[in-house]
Design a binder for this molecule. Structure first.
Ligand SMILES: Nc1ncnc2c1ncn2[C@@H]1O[C@H](COP(=O)(O)OP(=O)(O)OP(=O)(O)O)[C@@H](O)[C@H]1O
Ligand code: SF4
Ligand SMILES: [Mg+2]
Length: 324
């Protein structure tokens, strides 16, 4: 397994108390695989990713428990320098907002080229040539000219391609893309997502794709992990999960996406709000919002039950949920 995160816990010390942002998350992704991580705002998707990348805001954030095995080594036990090396060359992250992730006063050619100068010891001239090649890989028109432009001279979609190029430059084994297309308009979103999926296959990278958007997941991901209040509540191969979710929260998410075959029908919305992470409800944290909740849900926290060899659900009543 390329990446295998186990029982991760992250908390933040805030003025209002301790926010339990990640509460025992485990997920794994292999080379050539895409894992989609899904869940409402505040469910801990980004914090989990930051913990894996080693870029958590510390303080206030702190990993209190867990292991992050990357190619068999526990990243949490590595010394600073080795950790930085792995983060710089073997894993990379793509963020939602390219404009703030890129350096505004450096041409994109220099930014891309610097990766090769610093990490591969290339000459400026060779690095520049590689930068142009990379820009062509991510399908930026007239790359040889545009290599001299600054980030603000590109459109949002093109900037996102440049960030993908930066992430790919050193051919990392793992890429984490955190809502990589959320800031773009819909048609551009689809193009950038297709590009990312193509490159992922071509380079046989492991990809963790964080998204709100169940719509994009179906086409590009192999597996899905659904997060709620800092836990994984369901994990399954994409098509199994779409066919029959084994958790009421997943069912709610699926029922709230617009579908062509359901035209005219009113869209479902999960009632209520995600919990305050300083006061997560006891029992099943979803119980205040769950249409299937019973007494036991208010007191007993469901473990991640094994639904099948490849599926898990943290719902006491996953069987009923599966049966619809
Ligand atoms: N720097 C921080 N300081 C304090 N608390 C934080 C910080 N970063 C995250 N948190 C806490 O962790 C929770 C989970 O945040 P996270 O960014 O992982 O959510 P997310 O699932 O990525 O949401 P979104 O879809 O909005 O990006 C937040 O609701 C917040 O309580
Ligand atoms: S354990 Fe209970 S409250 Fe939680 S999702 Fe299942 S039915 Fe709903
Ligand atoms: Mg996030």
């Amino acid at each position: 397994m390329l990446l295998d995160a186990r029982d991760l816990h992250v908390e933040f010390h805030t003025r209002d108390g301790i926010a339990h942002a990640v509460n025992g998350v485990g997920y794994a992704v292999d080379a050539g695989q895409t894992l989609a991580v899904l869940g409402e705002s505040g469910s801990g998707k980004s914090v989990t990713a930051q913990a894996v990348m080693g870029i958590l805001d510390t303080p206030p954030g702190r990993i209190t428990q867990g292991r992050i095995l990357f190619r068999g080594r526990d990243l949490l036990t590595l010394k600073g320098e080795e950790r930085r090396r792995i983060r710089g060359t073997e894993m990379a992250m793509i963020f939602q907002d390219a404009l703030s992730a890129l350096n505004p006063v450096m041409t994109v050619g220099d930014q891309l080229g610097e990766m090769f100068v610093v990490h591969r010891g290339m000459s400026r001239k060779d690095a520049r040539a590689r930068a142009v090649e990379l820009m062509e890989r991510v399908r930026i028109p007239a790359a040889a000219q545009r290599v001299r432009d600054y980030p603000h001279q590109f459109s949002g979609g093109m900037r996102q391609r440049i960030m993908i190029a930066m992430a790919l430059a050193l051919e990392p084994a793992l890429i984490i893309a955190d809502e990589p297309t959320t800031a773009l308009d819909v048609t551009v979103q689809a193009q950038v997502m297709d590009l990312l999926a193509d490159l992922q296959r071509e380079y046989r990278m492991g990809l963790i794709l964080i998204t709100h958007d169940l719509g994009v997941v179906a086409d590009v991901a192999d597996r899905i992990a659904v997060m709620y209040a800092g836990r994984i509540v369901e994990t399954a191969p994409v098509h199994d999960l779409y066919k029959a979710p084994a958790h009421p929260y997943t069912r709610g998410l699926l029922d709230s996406i617009p579908r062509l075959d359901h035209k005219g029908r009113q869209l479902y919305a999960i009632k209520g709000l995600p919990p305050n992470l300083t006061h997560i409800p006891p029992g099943c944290s979803f119980h205040p919002r769950c249409p299937m909740a019973r007494d036991v849900c208010r007191t007993d926290e469901p473990p991640l039950y094994e639904v099948s060899e490849t599926r898990g659900s943290a719902c006491h009543f996953w069987r009923e949920c599966l049966d619809g």
